[in-house]
Design a protein around this ligand. Structure first.
Ligand code: F6R
Length: 610
């Protein structure tokens, strides 16, 4: 993970780099640092433990002048969060680097470099890279050749930004396995882990490919591919505005993003429907042709995106009649598979950079799937570039570490996919028309649920002093219960588990006492009576029940039972609608507990390491 940014300009770059770091902080925030080449030709470096705001304060107290620089916000992998482990790392006061990724052979390189006389000042895997580059520079190599040579010795993943105090006219960048973009300005150039970091200074970007090395000057960008061939990469103009990543009047990004869901879903549907039909081209130009023969679907993802996949399994089998298997990417990538005939491999990812999902996709491509499809929120991401077909969710930038609008737009994408595939199986045009109508009703239904915000905030008070919470659901509401539990644990640090309600009596019922809140998602569907029996089992043992139910559900409030009424919807879209109150509940509990809602401890938004 980690975020990197760099700049070569005719104006001072420190403020640009610090703003870039602020925008990349979702990638990691345990320490941060900046190095610029000052007007006397010396490297000036400032590093702080904690968030970027600490670094900003430190730089305000000790301003940095210079028109060439690099900066980094860290999510620790090798070496604890500490100032001496923060980037940039420097060798012999001459060259400095920022690195995102993991150098797998760092121990071996470190041993060699210590034997050769290098003195290490950190426990990071990164420091070997800067010493390797220094060795090449000391032998007389140019900066670009030094990075190229050093890179041949590295195993693992990296996005690098490198500067040399003896070469003030160049900034060098390299990409292998971690994302990196070049921002193209007028008489100035930049690098960053994503485009959002650079939106205040440019909207023109070059996306480096795996193995690329680039040399940036004030006026030029030169790129070489993994074989050392000079290559031209296209400049793309981003339509995202710099404001899209601002928090506006909301107290937290997460709250803003929860409230953006009706718009995000409408945007995700926009242009994908023609009357009452879905346009298959929404998945790519060849989707119609490729989907026609699909007989099985495998979906792989991590975390919240995995929960979206679990919901899709119910839809895929119930609506489209297509066998569907779902697995977390970190497990999928390390086991052998039997690939069904004519199978579609789907990855789901907000960021499109999750290392496990990317590795799973690469493995799937080598193992005989008919086609690969990425459902993703970031158009320029690695997952999008490497998949045959792509469906872009139009949620807009998601900054809060806890995923909200990305999840519900993923569900929309998966519903569209189910219908599009179902068309080749058993869905008639009239079925499709009815399902499309349902989809169009989702934004308005979510608006109705958002109107319950203040009553859910009041409910949150009953969770603040709890240590544990159970979430229950049945059928396609089980993954929604899992998502509710994940949201609560990651931002409020309350231990939360989800169970399919029928599973309670096989063990978890032993946990129930007066101290255990149990949250249930209970729309009026075919499993309601079964779920009510399960809730009775909880009530009879003194558990405190909080039930999200629609108005049709015959359920009375009473001792130990609180019912929160949601608008009635069709069973098929219930999972989308019932997600919203669970997001709000987790949010308000976290606010009451005073945790760092947008940047919870130990986490990062984009998990680009294993
Ligand atoms: C939880 C959360 C994570 C991500 C997971 C996958 O709120 O956001 O569980 O869902 O790290 O990330 P993406 O979707 O970017 O692949």
């Amino acid at each position: 993970m980690c975020g990197i940014v760099g700049a070569i300009a005719q104006r001072p770059v420190a403020a640009i780099l610090l703003e870039g770091l602020r925008r990349l902080e979702y990638r990691g925030y345990d320490s941060a640092g900046i190095a610029v080449l000052d007007p006397s030709g010396q490297l000036s470096r400032v590093r702080t433990l904690g968030k970027v705001s600490r670094l900003v304060e430190e730089v305000a107290a000790n301003p940095l002048a210079g028109t060439l620089g690099i900066a980094h916000t860290r999510w620790a992998t090798h070496g604890e969060p500490a100032t001496h482990n923060a980037h940039p790392h420097v060798s012999h006061d001459r060259c400095a680097i920022v690195h995102n990724g993991i150098v797998e052979n760092h121990e071996e390189l470190r041993r060699e470099q210590i034997a050769a006389g290098h003195r290490f000042t950190s426990e990071t895997d990164t420091e070997v890279v800067v010493h390797a580059i220094y060795d090449e520079l000391a032998r007389g190599a140019s900066l670009i050749d030094a990075v190229r040579q050093a890179a041949t010795r590295l195993r693992g993943a990296y996005a690098l930004g490198v500067i040399d105090s003896e070469d003030p006219g160049h900034l060098v960048a390299a990409r292998q396995g971690s994302p990196l973009v070049i921002g193209v300005g007028f008489g100035e150039h930049f690098i960053a882990s994503d485009v959002f970091a650079l939106l205040p200074v440019t909207n023109r970007f070059i996306f480096l490919e795996e193995g690329d090395i680039a040399e940036l000057t004030l006026e030029s960008v030169r790129i070489w591919d993994r074989d050392g061939q000079a290559v031209e990469r296209p400049i793309k103009t981003s339509s995202v505005s710099a404001d899209a990543t601002e928090r506006g009047e909301y107290r937290h990004y997460m709250l803003k993003e929860i409230f953006e869901q009706p718009r995000a879903i409408a945007d995700t549907l926009d242009g994908r429907l023609a009357g009452n039909r879905i346009l298959p081209e929404s998945f790519g130009n060849q989707a119609s042709e490729l989907f026609a023969s699909i007989e099985a679907v495998t979906i792989v993802a991590c975390g919240t995106s995995f929960h979206a996949a679990l919901v899709a399994r119910y839809w895929m089998e119930a609506i489209a009649g297509i066998p569907c298997q779902v697995e977390v990417a970190s497990e999928y990538r390390y086991r052998s598979h039997v690939v069904a005939k004519n199978a579609l491999f789907v990855t789901i990812s907000q960021s499109g950079e999750t290392a496990d999902s990317l590795a799973a996709l690469r493995q799937a491509k080598a193992s005989g799937y008919q086609t690969t499809l990425a459902i993703c929120n970031v158009p320029e991401s690695s997952l999008v570039r490497e998949s045959d077909l792509v469906f872009l969710t139009h949620a807009g930038p998601e900054i809060g570490v806890a995923s909200t609008k990305a999840f519900t737009t993923q569900l929309i994408a998966l519903f569209l996919l189910t219908i599009t595939l179902g068309r080749f199986k058993r869905l008639e045009a009239s079925d499709e028309a009815r399902l499309v109508e349902l989809l169009r009703s989702v934004p308005a239904k979510i608006e109705e649920v958002l109107a319950l915000d203040s009553s859910i905030a009041a409910l949150a008070e009953q969770f603040v002093d709890k240590q544990h919470t159970l979430f229950l659901g049945r059928g396609e509401q089980y993954p929604i219960a899992m998502e509710g539990a994940l949201k609560l644990k990651e931002i409020s640090y309350i231990h939360a588990e989800a169970y399919p309600a029928g599973e309670l009596k096989h063990g978890p019922l032993a946990l129930i006492d007066e101290q255990m809140p149990v949250v249930a998602v209970a729309p009026n569907n075919a499993l309601l009576e079964k779920l009510k029996s399960n809730l009775e089992e909880v009530r009879a043992r003194g558990g405190q029940l909080y039930v999200f139910a629609d108005f049709q559900v015959p359920l009375d409030e009473g001792e130990g039972v609180t019912v929160i009424r949601l608008p009635e919807t069709d069973d098929l879209i219930d999972p989308i609608v019932f997600t919203i109150p669970l997001q709000l509940l987790a949010y308000h509990v976290a606010v009451l507990k005073g945790t760092d809602v947008d940047q919870p401890r130990n986490l990062a938004k984009s998990v680009t390491v294993e």
